[in-house]
Ligand binder design. Structure first.
Ligand code: PEP
Ligand code: MG
Length: 774
């Protein structure tokens, strides 16, 4: 008898349902895809969805696998008719054998269902109102297990919201069918197809982090520039002066706020830059110059352009490098003032109230500087799921959709939007019905999340008692709180470059020490693996511009930059060693490709220790040293590396891209970037074996570790430590609790003998179904 898993199969199936929805364009197609999927996952001959007619009188067969397809739309049951009617009327699960013997059985010649010997029906609810039933039937006599029923209930819960959502969409679509305006949105990819409905456009995108959020849209449009500002004739001097003073005041308040926030999230030294900005904003000669320009007949924006331009000119001619750098501050102030003058102040990185951030693309540096507390959701027109900005959103648990084409063109600042990052849908100016619906969905989502909350304090253990360690990937100090909230056992990867991106200049040793200590102390005795700077590729520091390179990911990146800038590197290592006094710290070197690099890094660690000794500064003497295995060369010398260092961190985000020659940020080669490629799995298996044989600790910290399908193999090949965006930890614990490590091992063995990614993926999907049988 086939069984199914409850929790994780539900989550996995939900993910698949989500992607099915992305490919579907109407309600009946969506429902049909769902029943196909459920019948395959639960191995039943029949799966059908009946939906209540709008008058609430009849339940109509709306999609089926197994019953005659001609019956769809025709067969309708009253609430007093049949087992399906009974499930809806009684609002409860009906699970029986030999359904034809049940007094409520109702025979429909059209469906040919008399041949089925078991029935399981689960009502679908919209709030408390039944909206339909999902029913499965099997040819053999089958008693549905508690686990199967609970799995279908989980799926039914998800389907209910999707059905409601899809029905709403469908009704809007029908209503607007005649008046539909075809906007010139690109429709070349099914997953990013856009459907527009006059004043309530609905767009689609790829889910980067799931969840539902609603609020005003904060547009992060193309940066506002001075080049667009032209002089105007006949300006109203009094009005322009008034507007100037209003903009200065607004910018001053924003700057005060930024200063406070950065001091909280980084260090007070980082915040000092905003203090300089405040001084400029309050500088009498700066304001006098602006006023003079207006008084001689220029508009306020043009006056600003002239004055700021003059300062920039003057700064750029200065000898003193410090003063030359102040030009950047002047420019920053100028842009923020200009944004406020032109009424687009809220498009800056300062967000005044909670909302959904909509951008063409978000750079990691912008993501670092953004006001995370105010971001309820993120929508980008471009961008891939593994880009660093998206990784940051994930670690903060912010629902995010990427690849939502045309969003900016359709939106005005602050317009209402709803982001459904479960189904991949983005609603612009949603109607009241949709808003009402989503208020409820948001509540449902929060309820589901609070269920996962219960797992926070529970250790991650497989069903046969194998302990797995789940640590967090963090970047900014704000990630620490999210990681603790999600029950992370310390940090498996602290990306130190993220806080560097939020600043105007390189932090000195003390700044770094403060920052690292904050993170280490936050984890109260749990280990924190601090990775040295990993800049380059898509991570650029505004004040450390890399040379123009044709292939930045294959170029001057990561430890290569550090080894070429020994002072910066040694300073960072000193700060890490000093922070090691506040808790168990491990030091990690990224992008290692040779033994010589490791020796060089170790040499610098020794120099750093000596410096600290000479200065009489206390530090942790015995910090474990580790390397990231993310370049194929490191895989081939892994055994030698293992003898040289204390631990490995498997950076699969890069390892996959380098092994498969598929850029992790390039949508054109997205289909080649697959962590389940046999080459990737073989490499990971070899590494796990080398780790075990040499007694080297291994932690996998790439994004692939948070997907249950991948985890099945990874646990199977013996990996026992993972580091992931913290919001994924509770659901991973839920998955592991039902996973028997012996099944995982056998699964991995079979998968390693396969040579095609498609076959591997289908096999793993099948295996997930049978998890409980073992
Ligand atoms: C990786 O490459 O897998 C990794 C964890 O590092 P990053 O994503 O920061 O390159
Ligand atoms: Mg990497």
């Amino acid at each position: 008898m086939a069984k199914t898993r409850s929790g994780s199969l539900g989550l996995r199936t939900l993910e698949d349902i989500t992607s099915l929805i992305l490919q579907s364009h109407d309600l009946s197609q969506t429902l049909q895809n769902i029943v196909d999927l459920v019948s395959r996952r639960m191995e039943t001959e029949v799966c059908s969805i009946y939906l209540m007619d709008l008058d609430q009188e009849k339940l109509r067969l709306s999609a089926t696998v197994g019953l005659a397809s001609e019956a769809v739309g025709k067969v309708a049951l009253g609430l007093d008719e049949g087992l399906v009617g009974l499930a809806a009327k009684e609002r409860k699960v009906i699970s029986i054998e030999e359904p034809q013997n049940h007094p409520h059985f109702r025979y429909f010649a059209e469906t040919g269902e008399e041949q089925y010997h078991s029935f399981l029906g689960i009502p679908l609810f919209d709030r408390k109102r039944p909206i339909g039933v999902i029913a499965i039937q099997t040819l053999d006599r089958r008693i549905f297990s508690v686990a199967e029923i609970s799995a279908l209930q989980t799926i039914a819960f998800q389907i209910s919201s999707i059905v409601t959502n899809a029905r709403l969409l469908d009704s809007i679509r029908q209503r607007d069918a005649l008046a539909q305006v075809t906007l010139d949105l690109v429709r070349d990819e099914a997953a990013t197809a856009a459907e527009s409905f006059d004043s309530h456009p609905v767009l689609r995108g790829k889910v980067a982090y799931p969840g539902v959020a609603s609020g005003p849209a904060h547009l992060l449009d193309e940066r506002l520039g001075f080049t667009d500002i032209l002089d105007e004739e006949e300006v109203d001097v009094v009005r322009e002066l008034g507007e100037l003073h209003e903009a200065i005041e607004k910018t001053r308040i924003q700057t005060l706020y930024l200063e406070k926030r950065v001091a909280e999230r980084l260090t007070s030294d980082d915040a000092a830059i905003f203090h300089t900005h405040l001084m400029i904003l309050e500088d009498r000669s700066f304001i006098d110059k602006l006023e003079c320009e207006i008084e001689v007949g220029h508009s306020a924006p043009y006056a600003l352009k002239k004055v700021v331009g003059g300062y920039l000119e003057a700064f750029s001619r200065m000898e003193d490098p410090y003063l030359r750098e102040r030009a950047a501050d002047m420019e920053d102030i100028g842009r923020r003032l200009l944004a406020n003058l032109t009424g687009r102040g809220d498009q800056t990185l300062h967000l005044v109230r909670p909302g959904i951030l909509v951008a063409k693309e978000i750079l990691p540096s912008e993501m670092a500087a953004l006001d995370h507390e105010q971001i309820l959701g993120i929508v980008t027109e471009s961008g891939e799921k593994n880009s660093h900005a998206v990784i940051m959103a994930k670690s903060l648990g912010i629902p995010a959709l990427v690849g939502v084409r045309g969003a900016l063109k359709l939106l005005e600042p602050e317009e209402a939007v709803i982001l459904d990052a479960n189904s991949g849908t983005f609603y612009i100016r949603p109607s009241e019905t949709i808003r009402e619906e989503y208020r409820r969905l948001e509540e449902d989502c929060n309820r589901e999340l609070s269920k996962l909350d219960e797992l926070r304090e529970v250790p991650a253990v497989t069903s046969d008692g194998v302990r797995i360690h789940l640590r967090a990937n963090v970047g900014l100090v704000s990630d620490v709180e999210v990681a603790l909230r999600n029950g992370a056992e310390g940090v498996g990867l602290y990306r130190t470059e993220f806080p560097y991106m939020a600043r105007g200049e390189f932090p000195d040793r003390d700044d770094q020490y403060q920052l690292y200590s904050k993170v280490v102390e936050g984890f109260r005795g749990e280990p924190v693996t601090i990775r040295t700077l990993d800049i380059g590729g898509d991570k650029v520091l505004p004040y450390f511009a890399p040379p123009k390179e044709d292939n930045p990911f294959m170029g001057w990146r990561s430890v290569r930059v550090s080894l070429d800038n020994v002072d910066i590197f040694r300073t960072q290592i000193e700060a890490i060693l000093m922070a090691g006094r506040h808790g168990p710290v491990k030091l990690l070197f990224p992008m290692i490709s040779s033994m010589e690099e490791v020796s060089a890094c170790q040499g610098i660690v020794e120099e750093a220790k000596q410096n600290l000794r000479d200065e009489g500064i206390p530090f942790a003497e015995n910090i474990p040293l580790g390397v990231m295995i993310e370049v194929p060369a490191a895989v081939h010398i892994a055994r030698q590396l293992a003898h040289k260092v204390d631990f490995f961190a498997l950076g699969t985000n890069d390892l996959v891209q380098y092994l498969l020659a598929a850029d992790r940020n390039n949508p054109l080669v997205n289909k080649y970037y697959d962590p389940l490629h046999p080459a990737v799995l073989t490499v990971l298996h070899d590494l796990a074996r080398i780790g075990a044989e040499t007694g080297t600790d291994i932690c996998l910290c790439g994004e692939m570790g948070s997907d249950p399908l991948n985890l099945l193999v990874l646990v199977g090949i013996g990996i026992r430590e993972f580091s992931m965006p913290a919001p994924f930890i509770p659901r991973t614990k839920m998955f592991l609790k039902d996973l028997d490590s012996r099944l995982a091992r056998d699964t991995a063995r079979s998968v390693l003998a396969m040579s095609e990614t498609i076959a591997i993926r289908s096999y793993l999907i099948e295996q997930l179904k049978f998890l409980e049988n073992v």
